[in-house]
Design a binder for this molecule. Structure first.
Ligand SMILES: Cc1cc2nc3c(=O)[nH]c(=O)nc-3n(C[C@H](O)[C@H](O)[C@H](O)COP(=O)(O)OP(=O)(O)OC[C@H]3O[C@@H](n4cnc5c(N)ncnc54)[C@H](O)[C@@H]3O)c2cc1C
Length: 512
């Protein structure tokens, strides 16, 4: 079959939109970008839930997945379904992992991912509005800005004061590699507008005749002949169609790239057979090694007027190192508002529509989950098993995080903002077993799944792709998205996914 495109990219999210925009910079290169959700071609056409950087869009452009957080407890598991992907619905937190995160990827056999090699791509993707120097970029597609002191809500000012009173340091910049403590949130926004990869990267590329962007196209499987990917089967307009290309790149995210691989016959013999597909390549890591950041909450029922949806969701955050943990392996947020009215049980107990929360999140979990793909139906959702707190150290660090969050919430600075704390009391905080149970019953996700098609050398039996995102054993096929992180970074994952898109683009352009 004749290739119709040089590159066909599946998924226009944090990584996929970057690849499409960068690869099509060469007018000789034909690029097709396929996205399952709608494509809004301009800011004017983009709905408010996608533009509103002060909130996360969890329903209007969502896949509607569920995940088992811990055994027998299922939670909603949002993923963006729109050009821009999850970067178009997320909390706009724009921070990088610590250097050791990327150095570890390299130590695992992925040459080129050392922090010093990632840094130029982190700088390239951003237009830092506040800071310069070696660790910040100017003129890139994604603006990054920090909240100024006089922009903080009274609750956020109190949060900062309470954290400083506990002895944690202040640092102006999360993205300084040596920083820790409390910092104003760095965010990818212009005023109230979320700058997703659709806006930041695709807007300037749309007019190119060598770039085709198609929304409402659902990729089913990769067509592979004699060990080479030659095309894709895609549902468009209700019909399965085939499109051919020299290079197929899956950027459907950590929950959806693995099912496409499995439907293409790539995975363990057992996992592929389970959906009745002929195996093409034995790669047992497909869909395994799922890593997510768990988060728990101290919920505060606010005094009148404290919670207002007109305020940004987050404005600052604390990072610290847990007892016996590794650098910055914990985050604590103060959420200006947490919508309770959508959660009937909590709504009844709380008696208000909105609460605020002091919320610790574990950034370097040892627990691993997995995806269960149980059907070859392209519309079937994978069963997502997060397996939080499978590890004793994870439990201990979350207990410690909850106790620190509790102390912050008890401080006079924070206490003046709430009527009472709900669902939690001092006796529970003081008792390991009771606190474990509280965390087990209430913990949720920070929406950061990674690792399900991890990169590593061919000698690693669990590696799915090599350091350049090339699927082991199959020519012309790459995975480039959150799936390929071999371990999760100690940060919200969006900037790292964009960096992955930038980094691998340069290898593709160099023919590597
Ligand atoms: C609610 C929420 C809040 C978050 N908040 C933050 C935050 O504040 N800061 C931060 O750093 N990170 C945040 N994240 C995480 C971050 O946004 C993700 O890690 C990142 O966007 C993932 O990038 P990706 O390219 O791997 O996948 P995505 O950006 O999810 O892109 C995948 C794309 O592929 C499409 N797709 C999937 N399957 C198919 C198919 N079969 N055919 C065609 N297209 C398909 C999807 O519709 C989607 O557009 C948040 C995520 C969510 C969901």
């Amino acid at each position: 079959m004749t290739a119709q495109y040089d590159h066909i990219i599946v998924g226009a999210g944090s990584s996929g939109a970057v690849l499409a925009a960068r690869l099509s910079e060469d007018p000789e290169t034909g690029v097709l970008l396929l996205e399952a959700g709608p494509d809004y071609a301009s800011i004017e056409q983009t709905p408010d839930d996608i533009l509103n950087a002060y909130w996360v869009s969890l329903q209007d452009h969502d896949w509607g997945f569920k995940a088992e957080a811990v055994k027998d407890r299922t939670i909603d598991y949002a993923r963006g379904k729109v050009t821009g992907g999850s970067s178009a619905v997320n909390g706009v937190v724009a921070i990088r992992g610590v250097p050791a995160d990327y150095d570890e990827w390299a130590e695992l056999g992925n040459e080129g991912w050392e922090f010093e090699n990632c840094l130029p791509y982190f700088n390239k993707l951003e237009d830092d509005q506040d800071l310069g120097g070696d660790f910040h970029g100017k003129g890139g597609p994604i603006p990054v800005r920090r909240w100024k002191d006089d922009e903080l809500t009274p609750l956020q000012q109190s949060f900062r004061q309470a954290v400083l009173d506990q002895g944690y340091p202040y640092h102006e910049d999360f993205n300084d590699p040596g920083s820790t403590g409390i910092s104003p949130m760095a965010q990818n926004r212009e005023g109230r507008t979320r700058i997703s990869t659709a806006i930041g990267y695709l807007t300037g590329a749309r007019a190119r005749l060598n770039l085709t962007i198609r929304g409402e196209c659902l990729a089913n499987r990769v067509i592979i002949e004699d060990g080479r990917a030659i095309g894709l089967e895609v549902e468009s307009g209700g019909e399965l169609q085939t499109v051919y290309g020299d290079n197929i790149i899956l950027s459907a995210g950590a929950i959806q790239s693995p099912p496409i691989l499995l439907r293409s016959g790539i995975g363990s013999a057992e996992d592929v057979a389970a959906i009745g597909v002929d195996q093409v390549q034995e790669l047992p890591g497909v869909g395994h090694n799922l890593i997510e950041h768990p988060m728990a909450y101290v919920f505060c029922v606010p005094k009148d007027g404290v919670c207002d949806m007109a305020n940004p969701l987050f404005q600052s955050m604390l990072r610290y190192t847990a007892d016996g943990g590794e650098e910055n392996d914990m985050q604590i947020y103060a959420a200006n508002h947490f919508v309770v009215s959508d959660l009937p049980e909590m709504h009844e107990i709380f008696g208000v529509d909105m609460a605020f929360a002091i919320a610790p999140g574990l950034q370097r979990p040892n627990s691993r989950g997995r995806l269960h793909v149980e059907s070859d139906d392209l519309h079937a959702a994978p069963r997502i098993e997060l397996n939080f707190f499978d590890d004793e150290q994870d439990k201990a660090r979350m207990r410690e995080g909850m106790r620190i969050a509790w102390d912050i919430a008890q401080s006079p600075a924070i206490a003046e903002h709430y009527e009472r704390i709900e669902l939690l009391d001092q006796a529970t905080i003081d008792d390991d077993d009771a606190l474990d149970k509280y965390i087990w019953d209430t913990a949720a996700q920070i929406f950061h799944p990674v690792g399900t098609a991890k990169m590593g050398p061919a000698s690693d039996p669990d590696a799915v792709v090599d350091a350049h995102g090339r699927v082991h054993g199959i020519d012309g096929l790459r995975v480039v998205d959150a799936s390929i992180m071999p371990n999760i970074v100690r940060a919200n994952t969006n900037l790292t996914c964009i960096m992955i898109g930038e980094r691998i683009t340069d290898w593709i352009k160099a023919g590597e």
